[in-house]
Design a protein around this ligand. Structure first.
Ligand SMILES: C[S@@+](CC[C@H](N)C(=O)[O-])C[C@H]1O[C@@H](n2cnc3c(N)ncnc32)[C@H](O)[C@@H]1O
Length: 306
């Protein structure tokens, strides 16, 4: 662009305004987003930049390769810019989007739901054969999901086991509303009930399978969590009490009254907690019959039976 000698202003503000008015190409938007996200606390800036740009521009990886020169309009650029600012303020990408994929389901998030983690799919996969076998043998599998949050575990099991029904318990009204919405959005509402309860306090009936990813971080560890977790996941979903085991003790002590004969209890655990959680359930009369590690090779899910 030509700068007229009669003006004392430098060229760049005019260039910036013109570029803004004209938008950016997809390749430019991706490059700029990656550069902005290149900060010490983001492990993979290229990946996160791509997720944000693709989400707000409605483009795909294939578009970035086949049509890198396509123009991104200024409204979309403003949305990308706002998302990048939120990410730089440590908000996780899926919180910014408002949803997260879990076991093939798209789950909405809300203020009081934990963002479901891929590690939790380990628990789902570990109990699926039992849920399928129970449903095939009895014509039903009744599942109780304690601390359901978005409904992630219960809904993933319902999706895979058409004869199963589930009750998702939570103490948070916001989480229960989100779980119910996720059930409806996933076409699973007829087999899912959201129940407000302090663990077992309001539950009724007996179940073939209890599943839970309870809060399991010790209270003193909470302060050491990265800001993405500490500031954006609800504390009630994280805080497991002084030693992180409070919820396991409550579940182990209260499960018996809710279990059918031969029923199982499956819990997610923190990667250092296998022995302690096994002890908690052993003292309550249960035997550990299966355990699984997550994709990183850490202990992640345990299954118990009387
Ligand atoms: C770690 S989050 C798990 C959420 C979801 N199941 C998942 O795996 O993504 C724990 C959940 O337990 C719920 N919770 C905490 N205290 C509870 C209580 N006393 N009774 C019932 N649910 C509780 C929280 O609200 C939160 O949704």
């Amino acid at each position: 662009m030509r700068c007229w000698p009669t003006t004392s202003r430098s060229c760049s503000p005019i260039s910036a305004r013109m570029a803004e008015a004209a938008g950016r190409t997809l390749a430019q938007a991706l490059r700029e987003a990656r550069a902005r996200l290149t900060v010490p606390y983001i492990d993979d800036p290229a990946l996160e930049a791509r997720m944000i740009v693709e989400h707000f521009s409605g483009t795909s990886r294939a578009d970035a390769i086949s049509t890198p020169d396509r123009l991104i309009d200024t409204t979309t650029l403003a949305a990308i810019d706002a998302a990048l600012q939120r990410r730089l303020a440590r908000e996780p990408v899926h919180r910014i989007f408002g949803f997260r994929e879990f076991h093939g389901l798209r789950l909405s998030l809300s203020a009081e739901t934990l963002e479901p983690r891929p590690d939790t799919e380990t628990l789902v996969d570990l109990v699926l054969p039992f849920a399928r076998e129970t449903a095939a043998r009895l014509g039903a599998c009744r599942i109780l999901d304690l601390g359901t949050g978005t409904g992630a575990i219960a809904l993933a099991l319902l999706k895979e086991v058409p004869l199963a029904v589930a009750v998702g318990v939570d103490i948070s009204d916001d989480a229960l509303a989100t779980a119910a919405r996720n059930a409806a959005d996933s076409g699973l509402a007829q087999r899912f009930s959201a129940l407000k309860s302090d663990w077992f306090a309001a539950t009724e009936g007996r179940y073939h399978l209890i599943v839970s990813n309870p809060p399991y971080i010790s209270s003193k560890e909470l302060e050491t969590l990265q800001p993405e977790v500490r500031q954006f996941d609800p504390v009630r979903a994280l805080d497991g009490g002084e030693d992180g085991l409070d919820a396991y003790r409550i579940i182990a002590a209260g499960a018996d009254a809710c279990l059918e004969k031969g029923a199982r209890i499956a819990v997610e655990i923190g990667y250092t907690q296998k022995t302690e959680v096994e002890d908690v359930f052993r003292q309550a009369g249960y035997t550990m019959i299966a355990a699984a590690k997550d994709l990183a090779g850490s202990d992640r899910a345990l299954v118990f039976q009387r």
